[in-house]
Write a new protein. Structure first.
Lengths: 94, 487
C-alpha cells in the first residue's frame, strides 16, 4: 500500500498534528513501507472469523451509579496549563 | 559493589524482617548505589531520595510487620505509572510537569506491602519503542555494556535492577516491553496474563495489550512482586475477579521438572536466530530435559502475521488513547496558539516526539473510514486465529519456550533510522500480548560472541503464571549463572 504525502497530511490533521513538509514526505515513505508489510494479512481468509478486540471475554461490568467525590478541585486544577481557580481556561471559542 | 545492594529481594526482605539490617540502612545503600551508577546507566527520570529516606525512618520506627511482604524493600517503578504528587512523565515532554493526584493501584499495593519507592524509571516515550532511545529526555545504557541499548520500553527499569540500584522494579509490557529489556539486561521479567493485574493509574498505550509486571534479579523475587500486585480491582474493569494463587508457595512445591511438557514452537527456533542466542536457549532446553521435562515440537503457524497484526492493533489503540492529550486539563500547552483547535494542534505537535506522532498517524489511518475493515477489523480477526494457534499448542504442553529476541542487546543507534526494522525485533514477544497469555524472560547465560545476556522466553496458559514460575525457578538454578553486570 502506497500512501501519498497528501494523505499523510490529511490523516495528521484528523489526529490534530501539524507536520512540516519534510516530515510529511518522510512519514509517507515510512508509512508506505509499514502498510506494505501489513498488507500481508490479506493472504489469510478471515471471512468466517469473528474479530477479537480483547483477550478477556467478559461482559460489561455494571455498578451502581453513585457519585463519589474523591479528589479536590484545586488538586485537579494544579496540573492544568491555565485556570481561573475554578475552571480550565482555553483560547476563546466563539 | 556493596554486598547489601547485590542481594536478591527475597534475601533483603528476610534480613529486614529479622532486623539484621534496617530499612534506613538498605535505603541509604541503594541511594548511594544509584549515585555511583547513574552517570553511566541513566536509568532514572526522577529520584525521590528524601521521601524514601523519610519513609524508611517511619518504617523502622514502627518495626517490621509480618503482614507486609515487602516491608522496607526499596523499589523502582516505570514512569508510566501514576504516583501521587510525584512526577509521572511517561518519558514525554507532553507530561514534563505532570504530578498525578492519585496513585496507580499497583503503587498503592506496593506501599501497602511496605515497599519504599526510590524513583521513576526511564522509558521509551509513552512505552513506544524497543530500546529506550525514544525517551524524550535521554537514552538509558545497558549496564553490561554502556555502548549498547538496555531494550525497551521498560529499559530504565531493566537497567536499574541489573545495576543493583534497587531490589526490583515494575515495568509494563504491551508487546514485549518487560521481557525484552529483561533479556537484554540479564534479569527476570514477567508479563502477567491480561486481566491479572489492574492497570488503573497506568497511562494507557494499547489497552487490549498492556499489562504491568515485575522485573527482578531472581524468579522468586518476581513471584513475590507479582503476589503483591496481582488481583481484581474494581477501578479496572478488565482486571479479572479470579483467585490469586500463592506463587511463592508454588515455587517450593517443585524440585525438578518431571511431569512437565515444554512446547518448542518451530517458528521460533528454526530460523533467523543469532548463533549465540540459539545456543544459549537450546542449552537451557537441554538442561530442562535433563531435569525431567518432556519437550515437544509445536507449531504457531500464524507467527509470520503477528507483527503486522500487532502493529495495526497497537497503533489504533494508541491513537485513541493519546487523543486525551490536548493541552487543556494537564500536560504541555503551546501558548502561541490563538484558537482552540490551533492550541490542540500546536500542543500535540510540540509535545509528542517523532515515534509517538508516527504511531498516532498510522493508528488514525488504520481506523479511518475506508481503511477500517482492511486493517483494524482484519487484524482483530487474525488476532483470534493467532490465539487459537496458541491455545492448540498449549493443549500439547504446559509451557512454551523459545528465545525472547533473535539477538542480544544491540548497539546504540543501530535501529533508529528504520522504524519497520525496529518493529521486527518484537517478533517473538508480541503474540503473547495479542493472545493475552502470561510470558516471562529468564536469563540463561551470556552469548558466546557478544558476552551479553540471553533471555529464554516462557509462555504459559492464561492465569497459570505459577507453572511458568516453577519451571523458571528450577531452571534458574541449573543454567549457567548470568551473574551481575560489573559497573
Amino acid at each position: 500500500m502506497k500512501i501519498s504525502p497528501e494523505e499523510v497530511a490529511k490523516v495528521a490533521r484528523l489526529a490534530r498534528l501539524e507536520l512540516s513538509q519534510d516530515k510529511i514526505d518522510q512519514y509517507a515513505a515510512q508509512l508506505g513501507d509499514i502498510l506494505g508489510y501489513m498488507d500481508k494479512l490479506g493472504e489469510l481468509d478471515t471471512s468466517a472469523v469473528a474479530p477479537m478486540y480483547t483477550p478477556v471475554d467478559h461482559v460489561s461490568v455494571m455498578r451502581d451509579d453513585v457519585v463519589e467525590k474523591r479528589y479536590a478541585r484545586e488538586d485537579i486544577l494544579k496540573n492544568a496549563p491555565e485556570t481561573d481557580g475554578a475552571f480550565f481556561i482555553v483560547p476563546r471559542i466563539v | 559493589m556493596p554486598e547489601l545492594c547485590s542481594r536478591s529481594l527475597t534475601h533483603i526482605r528476610q534480613a529486614l524482617a529479622e532486623k539484621t539490617v534496617s530499612a534506613a540502612e538498605v535505603t541509604a545503600a541503594a541511594l548511594t548505589r544509584i549515585e555511583a551508577t547513574e552517570p553511566a546507566v541513566k536509568a532514572l527520570l526522577s529520584l525521590q531520595a528524601d521521601e524514601a529516606k523519610a519513609r524508611a525512618v517511619e518504617l523502622d520506627a514502627a518495626g517490621p510487620d509480618p503482614c507486609k511482604p515487602l516491608w522496607g524493600v526499596p523499589l523502582i517503578v516505570k514512569d508510566v505509572l501514576a504516583t501521587k504528587g510525584v512526577p509521572t512523565t511517561c518519558g514525554s515532554k507532553m507530561l514534563e510537569n505532570f504530578r498525578p493526584v492519585y496513585d496507580a493501584t499497583v503503587i498503592e499495593r506496593l506501599k501497602d506491602a511496605g515497599a519504599i519507592l526510590l524513583g521513576k524509571a526511564n522509558m521509551d516515550e509513552f512505552a513506544m519503542g524497543s530500546t529506550t532511545e525514544n525517551s524524550a529526555y535521554f537514552t538509558t545504557k545497558n549496564p553490561w555494556d554502556t555502548g549498547r541499548v538496555p531494550g525497551g520500553s521498560s529499559g530504565g527499569s531493566g537497567a536499574s535492577v541489573a545495576a543493583c540500584q534497587a531490589y526490583g522494579a515494575l515495568g509494563t509490557d504491551t508487546g514485549g516491553s518487560i521481557r525484552l529489556p529483561a533479556s537484554f539486561c540479564g534479569i527476570v521479567g514477567l508479563k502477567p496474563t491480561y486481566g491479572r493485574v489492574s492497570r488503573f493509574g497506568m497511562v494507557a498505550y494499547g489497552s487490549s495489550l498492556d499489562q504491568i509486571g515485575p522485573m527482578t534479579r531472581t524468579v522468586e523475587d518476581a513471584a513475590r512482586l507479582l503476589q503483591v500486585i496481582a488481583g481484581h480491582d474494581k477501578r479496572d474493569s478488565t482486571s479479572v475477579d479470579a483467585p490469586v494463587p500463592d506463587y511463592v508457595a508454588a515455587l517450593g512445591k517443585r524440585k525438578d521438572l518431571s511431569g512437565l511438557t515444554i512446547g518448542l514452537p518451530a517458528e521460533y527456533w528454526d530460523e533467523g536466530l543469532s548463533p549465540e542466542v540459539a545456543e544459549a536457549c537450546a542449552n537451557a532446553v537441554k538442561k530442562a530435559e535433563e531435569l525431567g521435562a518432556k519437550t515437544v515440537r509445536v507449531n504457531l503457524k500464524l507467527s509470520q502475521y503477528a507483527i503486522a497484526t500487532y502493529y495495526i492493533i497497537a497503533v489504533a489503540e494508541a491513537s485513541s488513547n493519546l487523543a486525551r492529550f490536548d493541552g487543556v486539563r494537564y500536560g504541555h500547552r503551546d501558548t502561541t496558539a490563538d484558537s482552540l483547535i490551533d492550541m490542540y494542534v500546536k500542543s500535540r505537535s510540540t509535545g509528542f516526539g517523532e515515534e509517538v506522532q508516527r504511531r498516532i498517524i498510522l493508528g488514525t489511518y488504520v481506523l479511518s473510514s475506508g481503511y477500517y475493515d482492511a486493517y483494524y477489523r482484519k487484524a482483530a480477526q487474525v488476532r483470534r486465529l493467532l490465539r487459537q494457534d496458541f491455545e492448540a499448542a498449549l493443549t500439547m504442553c504446559d509451557v512454551l519456550a523459545g528465545p525472547v529476541c533473535p539477538t542480544t542487546a544491540f548497539k546504540m543507534g543501530e535501529m533508529t533510522s528504520d522504524p519497520l526494522q525496529m518493529y521486527l525485533m518484537d517478533i517473538f514477544t508480541i503474540s503473547t500480548n495479542l493472545a493475552g497469555l502470561p510470558g516471562m524472560s529468564l536469563p540463561v547465560g551470556l552469548g558466546r560472541e557478544t558476552g551479553m545476556p540471553v533471555g529464554l522466553q516462557l509462555t504459559g496458559r492464561a492465569f497459570d503464571e505459577a507453572t511458568m514460575l516453577q519451571l523458571a525457578h528450577v531452571l534458574e538454578q541449573n543454567v549457567p549463572a548470568t551473574g551481575l553486570a560489573t559497573l
